[in-house]
Design a protein around this ligand. Structure first.
Ligand code: TRP
Length: 336
């Protein structure tokens, strides 16, 4: 167990699916619960760069909060809050912007991806910035403020977010150099995860491919979807390659070790049909998700309690944020 402060933010998005669970939610909950001092927040102002619908932002913020609670984050040692409840984050973002070279933002992957997309669409000149709002452009500054305001030591992230932590260290380092030691330089910790898992059609599970199994569903509906997984037409007695089977790939994430080994053997020896394998998969998935689904629905039905909990978390987070911003103001010469 580590004494270090672990911080992570989750951007509210729409429907979460098994791929999000295996790739991000499950490993994050484990890291949070293994830490002794943890800050976890709903990154609602990060989502604002893309969401233009008040109801959608509100709903998905509640949904992401309920998701983490449903999977059992330990509230005794986790400060759980909304980014939008901590004004000091936005003050710090303004301060960091003043010491951040524009060139650093030009190198941000998220921004460059938009430029690449526009280039591929044949755009040139000022049209290359089409679809880029300033929030997206300065996303790394806001993220640095999220991290530095809480004096975090460790930030668990997926691989795609490593660059943001490196930029955070750059910004903190420049600030310290200019104004004296103020910030700790945070380290990233890459979340171990199974990576992408296949969806119903065998491609990577993704909303854009329309092949997802939603995380929070009734057992019946989850089973129904699992029965729709596309397979080849091998007969039960024919040997099958487990590694190229969507059913088996998903089973490796939900079965017990013994169950996984058993399915592997049955596939290789030609002792199991796809229908039976799907039933086993549905049982394993439902076994793991039935309880959390119930909790998720309970939390969403009790938003007053959710608000209460997030408000309490925000109060604790604000106390830390106020200390940080006081030091920062002193360092730069603004009345503290
Ligand atoms: N950018 C992160 C993502 O898209 C979410 C995020 C916002 C975050 N602020 C953060 C993650 C601070 C870790 C620390 O997944």
């Amino acid at each position: 167990m580590s004494q270090k402060r672990v911080l992570t933010g989750v951007k509210p998005t729409g429907t979460v699916h098994l791929g999000n669970y295996v790739g991000a939610i499950k490993p994050a909950v484990k890291l949070i619960n293994d830490a002794r001092d943890c800050f976890l927040f709903v990154a609602d102002y990060h989502a604002l760069n893309a969401v233009r619908d008040a109801k959608e932002l509100k709903e998905s913020s509640y949904s992401v909060a309920a998701t983490y609670l449903a999977f059992g984050i330990d509230l005794d040692k986790t400060v759980f809050y909304r980014q939008s409840d901590i004004p000091q984050i936005f003050e710090l973002a303004t301060i960091l912007a003043a010491v951040t070279p524009k060139g650093l933002m030009n190198r941000s992957h998220a921004y460059k991806a938009m430029i690449d997309k526009n280039t591929a669409a044949g755009k040139t000149g000022s049209e290359l910035d089409d679809g880029v709002n300033m929030g997206l452009y300065t996303y790394p500054i806001l993220m640095a403020a999220d991290i530095l305001i809480a004096q975090s030591d460790i930030v668990p992230v997926g691989k795609d977010q490593i660059q943001h932590i490196e930029m955070t260290r750059d910004m903190a380092g420049s600030f310290n150099h200019l104004f004296g030691e103020t910030f700790k330089l945070p380290e990233f910790q890459v979340q171990e995860s199974a990576g992408a898992i296949p969806g119903l059609d065998g491609q990577k599970m993704s909303k854009s491919y329309n092949n997802i199994i939603p995380l929070f569903e009734t057992n019946k509906r989850r089973q129904k979807l699992i029965m729709k997984i596309v397979t080849d037409s091998k007969l039960p007695e024919e040997p099958k390659d487990p590694e190229s089977s969507t059913i088996y790939q998903l089973y490796t994430q939900f079965g017990t070790e013994a169950e996984i080994a058993e399915m592997k053997k049955a596939f290789e020896q030609g002792g199991m049909g796809y229908g039976d394998a799907k039933k086993l998969l549905a049982e394993a998935v439902n076994r793991e998700l039935e309880g959390p689904t119930e909790l998720y629905n309970e939390w969403l039905e009790n938003r007053a309690k959710l608000d209460e909990l997030l408000d309490a978390g925000a109060e604790t987070a604000r106390a830390v944020a106020k200390d940080t911003i006081r030091d920062v103001r002193k360092a730069i010469g603004v009345k503290a």
